[in-house]
Write a protein that binds this ligand. Structure first.
Ligand code: HEC
Ligand code: HEC
Ligand code: HEC
Ligand code: HEC
Ligand code: HEC
Length: 496
């Protein structure tokens, strides 16, 4: 057997073409194994290394395999002798003699072929797996996915793979995504993509197949207490607290209904919008218990305005920013104060940070530079003392503010403040108010409900103390359990 393999290698390496083939096959195999080992040990995680490992090496491997027979063919051609003669010269009669299992040479070739197919099979499984990793989707195409990657890593879904929302399950989804992916490769290569990238309403799998795998409507019940801390533009960056009791119920299994009523299994809300951005809604219809639909038309638009497409409202019509959550400048700064990343004792930090990040900068580097200059300039002018005494705090504040900018602003993709509005509340006039407004009326002229208490009760509004401080959580209670008790206390406090 060993003799056969040695002869075999000598045989196929009979000229430089085949030799190159053998070299390519063996080196790419060895390199693939080394890279694969390092990847499994967690030493290599970069998307480019992944591309080399799972696309580069296997391609070289296949190329090598293809070159070998070409070399042999050329060899046969050049010597002018027949394959049979050449084989007889290279191999002994042992290897060529037919025996019950075929000649030893044939068997060797068969075994090597099975081996090659196995190696390639394993490599392609690894490759598919790799191409589903968030690192690949997020970083392989340079800056194209930069904004989505930056916001993804800082979201509640940072551990949910991109493909779980964007591809979904089943063979159909896989094939769709590969066709789509091929087109994306072309559009990235030739820079044909839109900037910013539009919302993938049509490509995204239906929310029933994606979001509802992990969150299902009957899970939504009760209310959610949420406190919003907003900092003033004054010297002390004074916080003000607003506490809402968000009515997040779906009304399923006999519980009180609320915000998730739209997606409860017995309900259906459908609407027509002007375009895929779904910001301007022309009409909306809600299914009634008798199966008919109640219709509301938007008075702001001419009834003849064409509708882009009728959509059944689902999770992403509200949670369009479930993962790629772009902040608005003021909220972004407030959040960093709440998280303790920005220090309130730096005078006017809120006001100045806001001024620094909302300026128009031509590109990222001048943005980062501009933020630094603005803040150091301000503090130097405010008091030369502070620069000396609080240098460390100022420096770290600058870094935090630069990171806000880096996360949300992507000049190369034309992504700036407000490019991707969030529809979850009413940060802007959009969100819930796209339908819940005075102009969305039925035939009697009654509008879609929009009293402030439809969606939340406002427990406290811009107070100096947080609501939870006024009514502290008892030990062992979670935030979610708290509201009944809090509400009770709250009402009691009024009675007193
Ligand atoms: C939890 C689900 C989820 C995950 C995980 C997820 N996305 Fe998204 N993605 C969405 C939704 C929802 C939208 C917006 C749909 C809309 O506005 O209608 C979106 C939009 C996008 C867009 C279009 C631009 C935009 O922001 O609207 C791109 C590009 C994108 N995602 C890429 C990615 C990449 C790359 C990853 C992984 C690094 C990823 N997504 C992970 C749900 C997800
Ligand atoms: C693979 C499972 C998975 C999928 C698919 C998924 N999510 Fe999530 N989602 C999670 C996990 C885990 C969390 C984090 C929960 C936590 O932090 O307590 C989360 C958090 C959330 C939150 C924040 C909840 C909060 O406490 O504020 C929202 C909103 C959300 N998901 C909506 C969606 C939407 C919309 C989709 C579909 C586009 C989706 N999810 C798809 C697993 C998933
Ligand atoms: C009509 C708009 C709307 C639709 C449709 C919608 N949600 Fe929500 N959802 C909200 C709002 C508003 C909140 C509260 C947001 C907050 O806490 O800031 C919320 C909260 C959540 C939470 C946090 C859970 C909690 O109990 O607080 C999750 C998870 C979630 N939604 C997932 C989904 C999923 C999955 C779907 C689709 C099956 C969906 N939502 C459909 C508006 C909607
Ligand atoms: C596409 C249009 C549309 C959007 C967007 C929308 N809603 Fe609605 N919503 C409706 C319609 C229609 C009704 C039913 C009104 C009726 O006939 O009483 C409704 C009903 C409700 C109800 C009352 C449910 C009940 O218990 O009867 C709540 C609460 C609600 N919406 C909250 C929200 C919130 C919060 C948002 C934003 C996160 C939102 N909606 C976004 C169309 C919409
Ligand atoms: C159709 C549902 C709906 C209606 C009607 C509505 N809101 Fe809201 N509101 C929301 C939701 C959802 C949020 C939470 C957004 C979030 O968590 O990001 C919110 C958030 C808020 C906040 C906190 C905002 C912040 O970020 O500081 C205030 C204050 C508020 N609403 C006041 C009102 C007032 C006042 C009215 C009546 C004029 C009103 N809302 C009507 C759904 C509604």
């Amino acid at each position: 057997m060993r003799q056969t393999i040695t002869n075999f290698l000598r045989g196929i390496a009979s000229n430089w073409i085949s030799k190159t083939g053998v070299l390519l096959v063996t080196t790419s195999f060895v390199m693939f194994s080394i890279f694969q080992l390092f990847t499994m040990l967690g030493l290599l995680t970069n998307a480019y290394i992944g591309l080399i490992t799972y696309l580069g090496f296997p391609s070289i491997f296949i190329l090598g395999l293809l070159i070998i027979p070409v070399g042999w063919w050329k060899y046969v051609h050049e010597t002018g002798r027949s394959t049979r003669e050449l084989l007889a010269e290279k191999f002994g009669p042992n290897e060529l003699a037919p025996n019950p299992f075929g000649a030893t040479l044939i068997r060797t070739i068969a075994i090597l072929t099975v081996l090659n197919v196995t190696i390639l099979g394993a490599a392609s499984v690894r490759m598919l797996h790799f191409m589903e990793s968030p690192e690949f989707c997020g970083t392989a195409c340079h800056s194209v996915m930069g904004p989505e990657w930056a916001t993804y890593q800082d979201s509640p879904h940072a551990h949910v793979k991109c493909v779980e929302c964007h591809v979904g399950e089943g063979m159909g989804a896989l094939i769709d995504s590969k066709i789509n992916g091929t087109w994306q490769m072309i559009s990235v290569t030739f820079k044909l993509y839109e900037r910013p990238i539009p919302a993938p309403v049509h490509q995204l799998r239906p929310a029933r197949e994606t979001c509802e795998k992990c969150h299902w409507p009957s899970k939504f019940h009760g209310t959610r207490l949420k406190t919003y801390t907003r900092y003033q533009m004054d010297q002390n960056n004074t916080p003000k607290y607003t506490t809402l009791n968000l009515k997040v119920g779906s009304g399923e299994s006999g519980q009180a209904s609320g915000i998730h009523w739209h997606i409860a299994s017995k309900n259906e809300v459908r609407y027509g919008a002007i375009d895929d951005r779904r910001e301007e809604i022309l009409w909306v219809e809600a299914k009634q218990p008798d199966g008919t639909f109640k219709r509301y038309d938007n008075r702001r638009y001419d009834p003849a305005t064409p509708v882009n497409e009728t959509r059944i409202l689902d999770c992403i019509d509200c949670h369009n920013r479930a993962t790629h959550i772009y902040e608005l400048p003021e909220k972004a700064i407030d959040r960093r104060f709440s998280e303790g990343l920005l220090q309130r004792d730096l005078p006017f930090l809120k006001r100045e940070a806001l001024a620094a990040i909302t300026r128009n900068y031509p590109d990222r580097n001048s943005g980062l530079e501009g933020i630094r200059n603005h803040l150091t300039g301000f503090f130097r002018q405010y008091s030369p003392m502070i620069i000396g005494e609080r240098l460390g705090a100022i420096d770290s504040a600058i870094t935090v503010v630069q990171n806000i900018y880096r996360r949300n602003i992507h000049p190369d993709m034309n992504v700036t403040w407000g490019s991707y509005p969030n529809h979850i509340g009413h940060e802007t006039d959009l969100g819930c108010f796209r339908c819940h407004n005075m102009d969305m009326v039925d035939t009697d002229g009654d509008n879609v409900v929009n009293e402030c208490t439809t969606c939340h009760s406002i427990l406290s509004f811009q107070q100096d103390e947080p609501f939870a401080y006024l009514f502290p959580v008892k030990p062992g209670e979670r935030e979610g359990d708290m509201h009944e008790y809090l509400l009770d206390e709250f009402l009691q406090s009024f009675k007193k």
